[in-house]
Design a protein around this ligand. Structure first.
Ligand SMILES: Cc1cc2nc3c(=O)[nH]c(=O)nc-3n(C[C@H](O)[C@H](O)[C@H](O)COP(=O)(O)OP(=O)(O)OC[C@H]3O[C@@H](n4cnc5c(N)ncnc54)[C@H](O)[C@@H]3O)c2cc1C
Length: 531
């Protein structure tokens, strides 16, 4: 870049809120905090305008993330038309994506889906409807669209100033480290097919289809770190990798996550493809926004409405939902309502204790995340000419590395532009302290936090020669963390079982946040409506 000043444009979901200048460099940076303004208004008992409109509908879906859209896709598919989907403050939720123009899209949240397990029939059905699963929907090894299968080089790790393949820092062959790693991976490989006393897989996805065998569920009552200690998995490279894996999927490290959840991460994913290696992934430039956008596009315009629910009241004959659509407040009366919004928002709209969920005792901890997209003209040079991988991580980092949006573009020449998506959470803080920090942080501090890996690997001056602009998405309550005891959360179990006027569907119901879990609850809610 030839411009001499670095400008940081801080923006909230409501618009640009701040502008900071840093001498020597220039790149616009936008900060989005989706859902924050509404969330805080709901929390602070904001004075809303009086309702001026009314509408009736049979089924109202509150939320347009994976769960809400899966419910709507199912209703639509089965010719059920009397429904309305209210999109909420962020269409597509955690699978939202950005568009840098000229076909260049990038994820603002979820980015990959492992080959679905046999139990993930709901995900297989979606992928088959989309044409991503080309054939063999009910077989162990379906055939997937080649363009969606993650191709090599898939991942690399930066340790001691150089890149190596994989996401575990290299260790000497035949060392104690190598032995422990081999032992751990042999063990989880075997767990993938092991069944409990009830004949179900010990660790399945969706999680509710996992074995109820108490001998294994007991693992939920201790932290993953303690279980690893007990089993003699003490090697620092292995432990750093396991911590990274937990932070990457659960938003918290091994000392917070339950041992059951820690093992679930490795053992639940047993999907295969006839045209891809075991352990393979499906991904797109815009991440899982490809899947939710596809579902969104199937819905007739008349069945979708922009707006957010601000109050839900269950009556004898229907449910009344107060909705804010722009500046207008309206009421919608529905026979049944699918609540597909996060529990930390829903708790302000309805008394969840009436449905068996005790908010102070049973709310799962929600980890905040920063997702930073850096739009680049050309590619920065790579150390020793090492080829860029799809996922690029740094050993021992607080960050979670970065993925490359154009990785799946198969072209003879490198594209002219690309986007690096850097992920990070704030494991040094409790979720509440992290949210306080995020709220108080100056845009420049947010940006420094977001850049930990890219700064170290490339250095800003090298990167800045290519950087056009950056967009930081701050997700204050990004995902439920499966902390110790999460599997035994009776409040979540009560919400999952509801089959009355109010139905619940969100990844929060699983106590952990994955596409397959969110879509499972949306699918289940739709089946209850369809009867
Ligand atoms: C940074 C990040 C990366 C991730 N990466 C992956 C990944 O690679 N693979 C994977 O499988 N999973 C990943 N996940 C998890 C996955 O994204 C989620 O599990 C999934 O998107 C959650 O979908 P959901 O429908 O449960 O909820 P959400 O995404 O939380 O959607 C909630 C919806 O509710 C709406 N809403 C909120 N308030 C209201 C209101 N008052 N009225 C009406 N609507 C409202 C919102 O607008 C939104 O549309 C990631 C998550 C994050 C945060």
């Amino acid at each position: 870049m030839d411009r001499r000043q670095f400008l940081l444009l801080g923006a909230t979901a409501a618009g640009v809120s701040a502008c900071h200048a840093f001498p020597g460099l220039e790149i616009p940076v936008r900060v989005d905090m989706p859902g924050m303004a509404l969330g805080h208004q709901l929390r602070d008992a904001h004075a809303w305008p009086a309702a001026t409109e009314h509408r009736d509908v049979d089924t109202l879906i509150l939320g347009s993330g994976v769960a809400g859209l899966t419910a709507a896709w199912q209703l639509q598919k089965h010719d059920y038309r009397n429904y309305l989907l209210l999109s909420g403050p962020e269409p597509l939720g955690n699978t939202a994506y950005g568009d840098a123009g000229r076909g260049l899209r990038y994820p603002k949240g979820a980015h990959y889906l492992p080959f679905p397990t046999r139990s993930s029939t709901h995900v297989r059905e979606l992928l088959a409807d989309m044409g991503v699963l080309v054939s063999g929907e009910h077989e162990s090894h379906p055939y997937y669209d080649e363009a969606a299968i993650l191709h090599a080089p898939d991942e690399r790790i930066w340790a001691d100033g150089k890149w190596s393949p994989g996401v575990i820092a290299p260790v000497a062959a035949h060392s104690e480290s190598a032995r422990q790693q081999a032992r751990f991976f042999r063990w989880v490989e075997q767990l993938k097919t092991q069944k409990g006393s009830d004949g179900l897989r010990l660790f399945d996805i969706p999680l509710v289809l996992s074995s109820q065998d108490d001998d294994w569920r007991r693992l939920d009552m201790m932290p993953f770190s303690r279980w690893l200690d007990q089993q003699g998995y003490t090697d620092s490279a292995l432990r750093a990798y396991l911590d990274y894996a937990c932070r990457d999927d659960y938003g918290a490290g091994c000392t917070h996550v339950s041992a059951w959840a820690g093992l679930h991460y490795f053992a639940c994913r047993d999907g295969h493809a006839s045209n891809g290696a075991d352990g393979g992934l499906l991904t797109w430039p815009e991440g899982l926004g490809r899947l939710t956008q596809w579902m969104y596009n199937r819905l007739p315009a008349a069945n979708v409405m922009a707006g957010s629910a601000i109050r839900i009241q269950e009556g004898q004959h229907n449910v009344t939902v107060d909705v804010l659509a722009g500046k207008t407040r309206m009421t919608i009366a529905a026979r049944r309502v699918i609540c597909a919004m996060p529990l930390h928002v829903l708790k302000h709209l309805v008394s969840l204790s009436d449905y068996g969920f005790d908010v102070p005792q049973q709310m799962p901890p929600h980890a905040p995340w920063l997702v930073t997209n850096l739009v680049l003209q050309g590619f920065p040079p790579e150390k020793d000419g090492e080829p860029l991988a799809w996922d690029n991580v740094r050993a021992g980092s607080d960050g979670l590395g970065y993925v490359v949006a154009t990785h799946q573009w198969i072209r003879e020449a490198m594209p002219e532009r690309t986007v690096f998506t850097a992920y990070r959470n704030l494991p040094q803080f409790s979720p509440d302290a992290a949210r306080k920090w995020l709220l108080a942080a100056k845009p420049a501090d947010l940006f420094d936090a977001a850049m930990v890996d890219l700064d170290e690997v490339y250095g800003r001056p090298r990167l800045w020669r290519h950087a056009q602009y950056a967009e930081i998405t701050v997700r204050g309550h990004a995902m439920a963390t499966p902390a110790v005891g999460f599997l035994h959360n009776a409040g979540l179990a009560a919400l999952r079982k509801q089959d009355g006027r109010l139905l619940f569907a969100h990844s929060d119901l699983s106590g952990l946040s994955l596409f397959e879990e969110a879509s499972w609850w949306g699918y289940q809610a739709a089946q209850k409506i369809l009867g």
